[in-house]
Design a protein around this ligand. Structure first.
Ligand code: AMP
Length: 438
């Protein structure tokens, strides 16, 4: 499936193409038609699924034909819990709307408000805001929300965790009755459900990643092995078990290339797929992998994200991801309908911290194996992970990034939020465990 089949207009297709996206992600495939039709949407999707384009592209299309806003009016309002997420959405909106005559602006607390007031004064097609600053500006009559056509609540669960429910309620009271509502949340607590019930009118429900159920049905195992012997062990496992269609994840593009070359030398047909590869090379590799002629596809997380491949028999984490949620996305590629898939991770001494984070996220301890002949050295010392920056978050908007030094909407809130963020992490891992068992 391509973006053009989703019914997006030429200006948007051009912008998407310029971003280098070729295939819509699952959330985009599902959300774009619903939003284009004007319906409400309740979506369970985490960062990394492509959800931002999933709501932004159709939102822009709906706004493109309508009348321009009048002074201080806003046509689409996107609420986000933090300035970082708001800024990130703002960047997406600017990139996708570059060929359309639509205006947008991001506002958040902690910075001077005058430039924001000036930007809103002529009216805006899209306003992306954190709740606190939005209400500050509204109370001073700098913004008029009475003509909002589309409301998006992004990361609604985090907004509630951060104590924004009262602010959200206040904002809702300022909006017109008739509007389109889109609610995105990674988790579904009773509070989110209550908000959804109040906010949404016969919403389409979309769930991608289904991390809790997927994780349950996948056989997961950890092979403990020395850093330098991972490649050898991988080749051994593939050959000994006769694995075919193995999707292998590496952390870096360079690592993906090197591994594919080394496997090929050992008569295991392998190709790497990542952002530096030409489109034709990617298409070729993917085609061969899907038709079974290519035994191993080595991919980075980013490259794999846009690929329409799932229900694979084997997924291997050659290296654990820096962001625990990526583990769940990766292994979610396996698990055929009706039968279980297998996800294997090769873990060396450097990665024990990452493994702990993953086990906390999925709420279970993974089975550890040692392959005879590949016993790890018990005295090996951990080394820093290449390109690791562990704990700082590799990508913007990941939960690790969020929990490290993120500032929030306004100065007054930021301290409380700092404390809440820790609590949030605990609550999230607890709720992850709860839904896992359910
Ligand atoms: P999000 O989940 O919205 O934070 O998006 C995660 C990342 O995926 C962002 O860096 C996007 O630029 C990228 N992305 C979004 N849609 C696609 C797509 N269809 N193909 C490839 N990358 C995408």
């Amino acid at each position: 499936m391509s973006f053009s089949e989703l019914g997006l207009r030429a200006e948007l297709l051009r912008a998407v193409d310029e971003q280098g996206y070729t295939t819509p992600t699952p959330i985009q495939r599902q959300a774009i038609p619903v939003v284009l039709e004007g319906g409400d949407l309740l979506a369970s999707a985490q960062t990394g699924t492509g959800k931002t384009a999933g709501f932004t592209l159709p939102l822009l299309q709906r706004l493109a034909d309508g009348p321009r806003p009048k002074a201080r009016q806003v046509r689409a309002l996107v609420l986000a819990p933090t300035r970082e997420l708001a800024a990130q959405i703002g960047e997406n909106v600017s990139a996708y709307s570059r060929h359309l005559p639509l205006t947008s602006r991001v506002i958040f607390g902690g910075v001077g408000q005058q430039p924001q007031v000036d930007a809103i004064r002529p009216g805006l097609d899209i306003l992306i805001a954190t709740p606190g600053r939005l209400l500050d500006l509204q109370q001073q009559r700098h913004v008029d929300l009475s003509k909002v056509e589309i409301l998006v609540l992004d990361e609604a669960d985090r907004m509630l965790d951060m104590g924004f429910i009262h602010d959200i309620r206040k904002v809702l009271r300022l909006l017109p009755e008739k509007r389109q509502n889109l609610l995105f949340s990674a988790t579904f607590s009773d509070e989110i459900q209550a908000l959804a019930d109040k906010l949404l009118d016969k919403p389409a429900m979309i769930e991608v990643a289904r991390r809790n159920t997927t994780v349950e049905i996948i056989d997961q195992a950890i092979y403990r092995v020395d850093r330098e012997r991972k490649r050898e062990l991988l080749a051994h496992l593939i050959q000994r078990h006769g694995w075919h269609q193995v999707l292998v994840f590496t952390r870096t593009k360079h690592g993906a290339n090197r591994l594919a070359e080394q496997l090929s030398k050992q008569d295991i047909p392998a190709m790497a797929i990542h952002g530096n590869k030409s489109q034709s090379a990617r298409t070729r590799a993917l085609g061969a992998f899907k038709d079974g002629s290519l035994q191993v596809l080595v991919a980075t997380d980013i490259a794999a994200r846009g690929l329409d491949i799932s229900e694979l028999p084997h997924v291997v984490n050659f290296e654990l991801p820096n962001v625990a949620e990526d583990y769940v996305h990766r292994i979610g590629r396996t698990g055929r309908a009706g039968s279980t898939g297998e996800a294997v991770s090769l873990v060396c001494v450097d990665e024990h911290g990452l493994l702990g984070g993953i086990e906390r996220l999925i709420g279970k301890t993974l089975e550890k194996r040692i392959e005879p002949g590949y016993e790890p050295d018990p005295n090996a010392k951990p080394e820093p992970i290449e390109n690791g920056r562990r704990g700082q978050g590799q990508r913007r908007g990941t939960s690790q990034g969020r929990n490290s030094g993120q500032r929030s909407d306004s100065g007054a809130r930021s301290q409380a939020n700092g404390n809440r963020n820790e609590g949030e992490q605990r609550r999230r891992s607890r709720s992850g465990r709860r839904s896992q068992r359910a």
